[in-house]
Design a protein around this ligand. Structure first.
Ligand code: AMP
Ligand code: MG
Length: 306
């Protein structure tokens, strides 16, 4: 567990406009006081992130969430009772207190109570909602260890809180509840079926009833990608999911667990490892089509996009 003095120091930095990378159960976040426009601007600069990509606001509890959103529909209440703290981000109409920089100028804000005890304690100590995208350069692989953060962002971050490896391993599910409809903007380990079991039918972004593609703001076809070219290859093994490259001199394989949770937990760690090895190509065996793999499949498809 991270020493209290270190967290207290990180919380002071957050309150005074600093950038603090911190562990969550999904991936490491690059945190800044969500109510401080100058601090939020530093997030975009550090990541090289375009200002059109909104940030998720991390909160210590539901009460703090309600200080940034202007509505709290019944569906939100049901979902947070079931999934918070945890890897589900809810997009709701924002209050004026949330700066435009956090929401890319949208009238909505994404909020989430992370399940990681270090993240929760840090937000509590800071006493402010914390805007936190993944702590990596824009488009790149998300960090699941403090080492990944340091390697990717270096001096651009004021403080890195080391909380070990992130247990969920891929970014949160993002669900919009704006305008009385439930729209899945980004799949994750809280699956569509899990959400539907609580609140009924959920639409998929890009599968809107009127036939129009509803691209989620800040979602890019290429994202979550290693520098090494990645392609989804034909399965060639009896079991498990193997990562490998065929480059003769530097062949290397990483085998991941065959269940979605275990696979997600080690996905980025494996990609960081392979990406650092100077290989010609990373080939990934396709993963199952089942719903619990939606988040993993989404990240792999974006990582493979050129
Ligand atoms: P990241 O912080 O990199 O995990 O990405 C956060 C993602 O959450 C963005 O790429 C958006 O897809 C989504 N998001 C955050 N805020 C909003 C919002 N107000 N409206 C729609 N999507 C959002
Ligand atoms: Mg990211």
């Amino acid at each position: 567990m991270t020493p209290t003095s270190e967290l207290a120091q990180a919380a002071v930095l957050l309150r005074s406009g600093g950038l603090v990378a911190f562990p969550t159960e999904t991936v490491y976040g690059l945190g800044a006081n969500a109510l401080d426009p100058a601090a939020v601007a530093r997030i975009y600069a550090a990541k090289g992130r375009p200002s059109t990509s909104p940030l998720i606001v991390h909160v210590a509890d539901v009460a703090m969430a309600r200080t940034v959103v202007a509505e709290w529909p019944e569906a939100a209440q049901r979902l947070v009772e079931r999934f918070w703290p945890g890897p589900l981000t809810l997009v709701l109409t924002k209050r004026d207190v949330v700066p435009d920089g956090v929401t890319a100028g949208l009238g909505t804000v994404g909020v989430r109570q992370p399940a990681h005890p270090v993240a929760l304690e840090l937000i509590r100590l800071a006493g402010v909602p914390v805007a936190g995208p993944s702590a990596n350069p824009f488009m790149g692989l998300s960090p699941t260890t403090a080492e990944h953060v340091r390697a990717g962002l270096g001096d651009a971050v004021d403080f890195v809180v080391d909380g070990g490896s992130c247990p969920v391993g891929i970014e949160s599910t993002v669900l919009s509840l704006v305008g009385g409809r439930a729209l899945l903007l980004r799949p994750g380990m809280v699956s569509r079926a899990m959400i539907e079991a609580e609140i009924g039918p959920v639409e998929l972004a890009g599968e809107a009833a009127d036939g129009e593609a509803h691209a989620a703001p800040g979602m890019h076809s290429r994202h979550y990608a290693p520098r090494t070219p990645l392609r989804i290859g034909a399965p060639g093994l009896e079991s498990g999911y193997l990562w490998h490259t065929t480059e003769a001199e530097a062949e290397m394989a990483v085998r991941l667990p065959a269940d979605a949770e275990g696979y997600a937990a080690r996905l980025y760690e494996a990609l960081h490892l392979l990406d650092a090895a100077g290989l010609g190509e990373i080939v990934v065996e396709p993963v199952p089509a089942a719903g619990e793999w939606d988040g993993v499949r989404d990240r792999l498809a974006r990582a493979a996009e050129r």
